[in-house]
Design a protein around this ligand. Structure first.
Ligand code: C2E
Ligand code: CA
Ligand code: CA
Ligand code: CA
Length: 277
């Protein structure tokens, strides 16, 4: 028994070592990923279930590592945040999204608002407004065609400063939404002070929307959104049951695998041509 215990320890040690080595590797390689054009943007449609049309898209980052293959944001975004690389990556992301959106509009493929996810670090950097202004100008994009998805943790980090930065962005005409709504803490008290346009109901609630307790939470979020004059969008929608429930509670915009997974630009173009029919 003692022998087995020792082996187990060894196993865990090796596993911990392997993960640490991978993390160090990713940290080292992420510095080059931007320059080497290994970062790729995927787009996930947002669907208006009432008028049955695409009402927006969310840009989600992927890392096509030359040796390790596709790496998902859950693994590299935390590293990007720790190292501060997220600021340069987000600058790139906002630019690319505006460029892509301009191209889609030019070719009459689609004309919707595309959203980009924000990190605390980006707000901390104080460069966000400048990034946005620069990208909008470079590609002649209407401010209303760009949306920033913030989280409760950003608002909580420095509420006063966040409000100030968001005000500037709102003055420009850029859209702002609150992502993963309902998962953070203590933000409810300041929700009415944040200059935002929409609430995104966190996908964990949608996944469990068969449960009466989660249904109560979802309904409450929709009520809050209505009272504060905010749009509401459900994310992680996968089934017809979920759609039926959400519609019955007055939520009309949905996002999730049921409608479309995140796709690269080419795939989303094909999806759009198909969705229009
Ligand atoms: P998020 O912003 O909450 O994005 C939604 C995540 O749920 C995405 O995962 C998306 O692929 C996934 N998803 C969408 N619909 C469904 C569904 O129906 N079922 C399930 N099971 N999942 C669904 P992804 O792309 O892996 O991104 C994970 C998180 O990484 C994002 O969560 C966001 O917080 C972060 N992230 C992604 N791209 C960026 C970025 O460019 N910048 C920053 N700061 N964060 C990013
Ligand atoms: Ca998001
Ligand atoms: Ca989310
Ligand atoms: Ca999230």
């Amino acid at each position: 028994a003692k022998e087995a215990g020792k082996n187990q320890y060894q196993f865990f040690d090796e596993e911990t070592d392997r993960l640490l080595v991978r993390k160090l590797e990713l940290e080292r390689d992420l510095r080059k990923a931007l320059i080497n054009e290994e970062l790729v943007i995927y787009y996930q449609p947002k669907w208006d279930a009432e008028s049955n049309c695409v009402s927006g898209m969310e840009a989600l980052m992927r890392w096509h590592h030359p040796q390790l293959g596709t790496i998902m944001p859950i693994e590299f975004i935390p590293i990007a945040e720790e190292t501060g690389l997220i600021v340069a990556m987000t600058r790139w992301m906002i630019r690319e999204v505006c460029k892509q959106n301009a191209e889609w509009q030019l070719h009459n493929l689609v004309h919707v608002c595309v959203s980009v996810n924000m990190s605390v670090r980006v707000f901390e950097s104080g460069e966000l407004t400048e990034m946005v202004v620069e990208a909008l100008k470079a590609f002649a994009i209407k401010p209303g065609d760009l949306e920033l998805e913030i989280t409760e943790s950003i608002a909580m980090y420095d509420l006063k400063d966040t409000i100030q930065q968001l005000r500037k962005l709102k003055e420009l005409g850029v859209r702002v939404s609150m992502d993963d709504f309902g998962t953070g803490y203590s933000s409810l008290g300041s929700l009415d002070e944040l200059p935002i346009d929409a609430l995104k109901i966190d996908q964990n609630f949608i996944r469990q929307s068969g449960l009466p307790s989660k249904q109560a939470i979802i309904s409450t979020i929709i009520t809050i959104a209505n009272l504060l004059n905010l749009e509401v969008i459900a994310e992680g929608v996968e089934t017809e049951e979920q759609i039926g429930f959400l519609k019955s509670r007055g939520c009309r915009v949905m996002q999730g695998y049921y409608y479309g997974k995140p796709m690269d630009a080419k795939a989303v173009e094909a999806w759009l041509l198909h969705a229009a029919n």
